[in-house]
Design a protein around this ligand. Structure first.
Ligand code: CTP
Length: 413
């Protein structure tokens, strides 16, 4: 489906301090050619007044159920919209939407809308984590509403944590993709992505690590969420090094053992797991409680870490697609793809994304923004993904995962 020439968007704004950010979202949506009608709740108007919404949208602002009744706005707005986006969606608004209440214009719009609905919650961490909010979000998601995962950062007052409204630019981009329609081809799927390099601590200040930046894993998570999947990103990237992708649930880990526990727990209900993380093969046998002092040569004994991908293969549910990553070089025994194919067979996963490191013309894959790869499938097929952004490579990987789900790429291809 192409983006309508002048999409009609209803921007609902609930009563949270983040309403000020919706002003910027309105501007971005209008500038991108959308005809935006703002429907503020009564509490929203205590934060940002109707003249602001009217001036920036260039349209009248219905302030309650009882204005312009002859135009039946409580039904018409929802029926005619190409997209309804609510930002911020408060805990109260989520509760009313989940339970089908219709006590103001915005909740009426939500009940009459037949177009995609995006809710971008913003609230304090405690409210977001409360069992009532969790249940409301689960209900809304089960009904096909795209509930964006809040960002982590500064909240109202001195607090910080999860519950921040994602930046207006990210929300505008999400709206654009939802309007494009084709971007929602992973909706209804739950996926887990691991990213970054694990750190195996020698003592409280030193660790064995690797060069993985986590950028490719973050791109995979970002693109899956943009295409409608529910995404858990198990991140071994240090906090703050990369921005949390919009709409993604990020779980932070440090060591291979931590990563293993979280990935295995999350994988039990996932349709796909993509292991983009560089998991350390070894960890020190001992982690010193205090900073080690130097005293001549040091020998560190290492013990092998569990192979997470192999454990996923052993525990996999029917229909679950498992994807591994491997950076390979050629040697006297064969080229990078020869070693990739052997690794795919050894690991038993469905797809292996092979970065042919060291080949002229191929970026290394580490730290840089571009990547190139060849994706090998267990059935024997091979797909070359030329040098491009990590988002492009991520999309190509999800296309192949989707091909497994839809049966167009079988394990025996
Ligand atoms: N992997 C894993 N657990 C480990 C090591 C690796 O799950 N302990 C995963 C990586 O996330 C990646 C894939 O396995 O998706 C391949 O990683 P790689 O390091 O290339 O594989 P190894 O089995 O460690 O092979 P090698 O002996 O070549 O290092």
């Amino acid at each position: 489906m192409a983006v309508p020439a002048c999409p009609r968007v209803v921007l609902g704004v609930a009563g949270g301090i983040a309403a000020y950010k919706a002003v910027e979202l309105l501007r971005l949506l209008s500038e991108s050619g959308c005809e935006v009608t703002v429907v503020p709740t009564k509490s929203c108007l205590r934060f940002v007044g109707a003249p602001t919404w009217a001036a920036l949208s260039g349209r009248p602002v219905p302030e309650d159920l009882w204005s312009q009744v002859h135009e039946v706005p409580h039904v018409r707005l929802g029926q005619e919209a190409d997209l309804v986006v609510v930002a911020p969606a408060t805990a109260d608004l989520l509760g009313r939407a989940a339970h089908g209440l219709a006590d103001d214009l915005l909740t009426n719009v939500l009940l009459t809308a037949r177009c995609p609905v995006v809710l971008a919650p913003a609230m304090h961490t405690e409210m977001w984590e409360h069992a009532a909010t969790r249940a409301n979000v689960a209900l809304l998601r089960a009904r096909g509403v795209l509930v964006v995962e809040p960002a982590v950062g500064r909240l109202t007052g001195a607090d910080s944590g999860k519950g921040r409204l994602p930046e207006p630019g990210e929300l505008a981009e999400l709206c654009r993709r939802v309007l494009a329609g084709t971007e929602q081809d992973l909706s209804g799927r739950r996926v887990v992505v691991s990213a970054g390099g694990t750190r195996e601590h020698l003592d409280p200040v030193r660790f064995l690590g690797n060069r993985s930046s986590g950028k490719q894993g973050y791109a995979l998570a970002r693109r899956a969420a943009a295409r409608g999947a529910q995404v858990v990103l198990v991140s071994a990237v240090s906090a703050g090094a990369l921005a949390d992708p919009t709409g993604v649930c990020v779980v932070r880990v440090t060591s291979a053992l931590e990563l293993r526990d979280v990935v295995l727990a999350e994988a039990s209900s996932a349709d796909a797991v993509v292991m983009a993380a560089a998991v350390a093969d070894y960890r020190p046998v001992e982690r010193a409680a205090y900073k080690r002092k130097k005293s001549g040569p040091l020998t560190v004994e290492l013990v092998q870490n569990p192979d997470v991908l192999a454990e996923l293969v052993a525990a996999r549910a029917a229909g679950q697609v498992l994807v591994g990553f491997a950076a390979e070089t050629g040697d006297d025994d064969g080229d990078a793809l020869f070693h990739g194919r052997a690794k795919l067979a050894r690991k038993g996963c469905d797809l292996l994304v092979v970065n042919q490191v060291g080949d002229p013309g191929y970026p290394t894959g580490f730290e840089v923004d571009d990547n190139a790869a060849t994706v090998l499938s267990a059935g024997g097929s091979s797909t070359d993904i030329p040098v491009g952004s990590k988002d492009v490579l991520a999309d190509a990987v999800w296309d192949l995962v989707r091909a497994f789900w839809t049966g167009t790429l079988a394990a025996t291809d």
